[in-house]
Design a protein around this ligand. Structure first.
Ligand SMILES: NC(=O)c1ccc[n+]([C@@H]2O[C@H](COP(=O)([O-])OP(=O)(O)OC[C@H]3O[C@@H](n4cnc5c(N)ncnc54)[C@H](OP(=O)(O)O)[C@@H]3O)[C@@H](O)[C@H]2O)c1
Length: 282
């Protein structure tokens, strides 16, 4: 983080509308990674009183049932409610939200920036980010799109905040956010299915469930690390070739994958999820 960013961050008061899983993961990371210097720099609202109690006791941040209080106590507002609840929140906050003072960052899937801008006062600064659930373990990967009035400082802050829960891969055209939602937003579900199925195969061949799951999960993690290692520089197909020796076990396994049409199924997975994201878009 550069010095200028540090100055920007020291003036931030971050307000979450919606204190669910994403809010908690982000807030915890902001505190643990010293992106905010004090818990007082964060406030969160939620309609659910029980949720508010959990967040206050676990994270030590102030919570409220009133979205307007969050706006009046913050200058960066993170919209972290489910997409169906976005309209209610925006209606709540419209009067308090000041375009020259507040920045709104939405992580709500499928809610377009223009839809958000329409609810707010003219020239409101809005950014839309697509992280994933790996926020919970500081391993999310996010991208963002900017609204018409967002500034470079706004982008820089968003970059810092979402890098603190993993990586922020930069800005993309908002029209591509549906693909991102389908790939990295939904991705943890796809990889979980693969781990589960591979473990099933090992259980079928006699391995215990716990050992099979453990090995499958760690193999997924190791593979990710191999593919991310810049010194090794493996493209996925090179890594596959490196493991598959002539006439060995891996190439037989790979043949089974190809016969089952798994590549095509995975491509279709992303296409179907992208299409669904487009259908749900508001
Ligand atoms: N989870 C993911 O993997 C993921 C990944 C990328 C993006 N996102 C996006 O992140 C957003 C939040 O997801 P999440 O998983 O954190 O959801 P969540 O756990 O359901 O949290 C949202 C919270 O907001 C509360 N809420 C509902 N209406 C409200 C209102 N009008 N004012 C204030 N709070 C309100 C909900 O209460 P009730 O439950 O009582 O309604 C809930 O406690 C979603 O829009 C999602 O699309 C999620």
């Amino acid at each position: 983080m550069n010095e200028y960013n540090e100055i920007l961050l020291s003036h931030l008061k971050i307000g979450f509308c919606g204190a669910g899983r994403m809010c908690q993961a982000l807030a915890r990371s902001l505190i643990e990674n010293n992106i905010v210097s004090s818990k007082d720099q964060i406030i969160a609202s939620d309609v659910d009183e029980n949720q508010r109690k959990i967040v206050t006791s676990q994270l030590g941040i102030v919570t409220t049932g009133d979205n307007r209080e969050v706006v009046s106590e913050s200058n960066l507002l993170i919209l972290a409610v489910k997409p169906k609840d976005v309209e209610n929140v925006l209606k709540d906050i419209r009067d308090q939200f000041l375009p020259h003072y507040h920045l709104l960052v939405s992580i709500a899937a499928g809610i377009r920036i223009t839809t958000i801008e329409k609810f707010l006062k003219p020239k409101s600064r809005v950014l839309r980010v697509m992280p994933n659930l790996a926020c919970l373990v500081n391993s999310s990967c996010s991208v963002y799109s900017s609204g018409h009035y967002a500034t470079d400082d706004d982008r820089s802050i968003v970059n810092t905040i979402f890098s603190s829960v993993g990586s922020c891969e930069g800005e993309i055209d908002e029209n591509l956010l549906n693909v991102v939602t389908a790939l990295s937003g939904s991705g943890p579900a796809y990889f979980s299915i693969m781990v589960d199925a591979l473990a099933d195969g090992a259980v079928k061949a006699g391995l215990s469930r716990s050992m099979a799951l453990n090995l499958a999960i760690k193999t997924m993690m190791g593979t990710a690390k191999l593919l991310l290692d810049k010194n090794l520089g493996f493209h996925p197909s090179q890594l596959k070739d490196a493991v598959a020796s002539p006439g060995g076990t891996t190439i037989y396994g790979l043949e089974a994958i190809e016969k089952a049409g798994i590549r095509a199924a995975l491509m279709e997975t992303v296409t179907a999820a992208t299409d669904r994201a487009a259908q749900l878009e508001l």
